[in-house]
Design a protein around this ligand. Structure first.
Ligand SMILES: Cc1cc2nc3c(=O)[nH]c(=O)nc-3n(C[C@H](O)[C@H](O)[C@H](O)COP(=O)(O)O)c2cc1C
Length: 403
């Protein structure tokens, strides 16, 4: 079983994450996480904070000389901005009220509900943790999960397909069979992680216009994988269904308000004949192939051998530079919502967080199926499962050992 937790406040000294359940003997270095950490900071429409933070990852436990030990892995990411917040965010007791208290809740944030729930007066006590700065830790942990998935040849990538009102037409999107490396390169060439270069400027223009109007934008991203082994997740119990776990993982990202697996909501509009993915005989005796992948690689909550594809919808950023009406909780009087330094649009960054959550979820499912204490044991289990599938294919036509 793989489990993880994150900790840290947005302007506190550091962010920390602990992941447990990975095997010993896996190659792991901070360099392997650097690309994901960098991509999370990128994207046209981000705020100034991203320029301050380096988001370098340090391992505090679980890794020795570039190899995992099988023990819990702790990642440490310094908040460089803490030096500008030491007076407000010092963990040590201090006299007097902090200088940068927040007292007018921002609609769309956890500010109000969090303050009532935890009995805080200063809303900063809420927003410091509810903030999406936390996603830096998820991306670091997701990068570790990515290395685990690579043991099984699994690759994960993502792209942005909608910003505000502009969506890339479905017919122009990269085909599902596009090699993951090619997709990654296309996406990285774009400031908004748009996979269709001719469409990038429409996305950027939408963000520019929102910024000018003091407004913000959301959008949609897709996360894709290479073909997955058959049998991750299970239909036998509701909480073992991988589609459910995927939805939860993606919905847990700040500002994600909708998740689709494969065709998702579009499947509800079409007749069954235009939705389900027909089988055809495969090349090897007894093997089956599919003519399309509308299901997104999941049937019955189980991976079916196809690539996974899921989409997530992000709402517009809640902090507006032309703030919505709110109330000052000290006076009870109307007041514009408070403004924290903020992004205008963070869908590209969210797509990287989405990748991380997909990696972590798949790593959990893979560990349930192929798990072991060492890489050697894990690979042994994996190869045995691949062998079993081939055996299944060879016996189904002419063997009555199993009903
Ligand atoms: C990568 C990323 C960056 C974000 N940046 C901001 C931001 O700069 N300002 C802001 O108000 N919200 C930002 N958000 C969204 C808020 O964190 C989120 O809306 C808020 O915590 C409330 O949670 P909810 O929208 O899930 O209800 C960001 C979200 C993500 C995923």
């Amino acid at each position: 079983m793989i489990r993880f937790v994150t900790a840290g406040e947005s302007h506190g000294p550091a962010l920390v994450g602990i992941i447990e359940g990975l095997p010993a003997g896996m190659d792991l270095s901070a360099d392997m996480l650097a690309n994901d950490m960098l991509r999370r900071k990128m994207g046209y429409g981000r705020g100034g904070r991203m320029k301050i933070e380096s988001d370098d990852v340090r391992f505090l436990s679980g890794v020795r000389r570039g190899k995992t030990l099988g023990s819990p892995i702790t990642v440490f990411i310094e908040n460089r901005d803490f030096r500008n917040w030491e007076e407000d965010m010092d963990p040590a007791p201090r006299s007097g009220a902090p200088g940068r208290g927040v007292f007018t809740p921002r609609p769309g944030h956890a500010d109000y509900a969090g303050a009532v729930k935890y009995f805080h007066r200063d809303l900063r006590n809420v927003l410091e943790r509810a903030s999406a700065r936390e996603t830096a830790t998820r991306v670091a942990l997701g990068g570790i999960a990515r290395q685990y998935l690579r043991l099984f040849g699994i690759e994960v990538a993502s792209f942005v397909l909608r910003i505000g009102a502009f969506e890339i037409p479905e017919s122009e999107l990269p085909p599902l069979g596009m090699p993951m490396e090619e997709l990654r390169e296309k996406v990285l060439r774009s400031e908004v992680f748009c996979p269709v270069s001719e469409r990038e400027k429409e996305m950027i223009e939408a963000i520019r216009a929102a910024k000018k109007a003091g407004d913000t934008l959301g959008g949609i991203f897709e996360v894709r994988t290479s073909p997955l082994p058959v049998g991750l997740g299970s239909y036998v119990q509701w909480d073992r269904r991988l589609d459910g776990e995927m939805a939860r993982a993606l919905m847990s990202i700040q500002a994600i308000k909708g998740v689709e697996a494969g065709l998702g909501f579009e499947a509800a509009r079409r007749p069954g004949s235009a939705v389900h993915d027909p089988f055809v005989p495969g090349r090897a005796h007894g093997s089956l192939e599919r003519t399309r992948n509308h299901a997104g690689g999941l049937e019955g909550g189980v991976t079916n051998g196809q690539p996974l594809w899921v989409r997530a919808a992000m709402k517009p950023i809640s902090t507006l530079y032309s703030p919505l009406p709110s109330v000052d909780i000290r006076s009870g009087e109307p007041s514009p919502a408070s403004v924290e330094r903020s992004d205008i649009c963070a869908v590209p960054a969210a797509s990287v967080v989405g990748e991380a959550m997909v990696c972590l979820t798949l790593a959990g499912a893979a560990s349930e199926k192929f798990g072991g204490d060492s890489v050697e044991e894990v690979l042994g289990h994996f190869r045995a499962t691949v062998g079993l599938k081939q055996e299944w294919e060879s016996i189904t036509g002419n063997d009555e050992r199993r009903c």
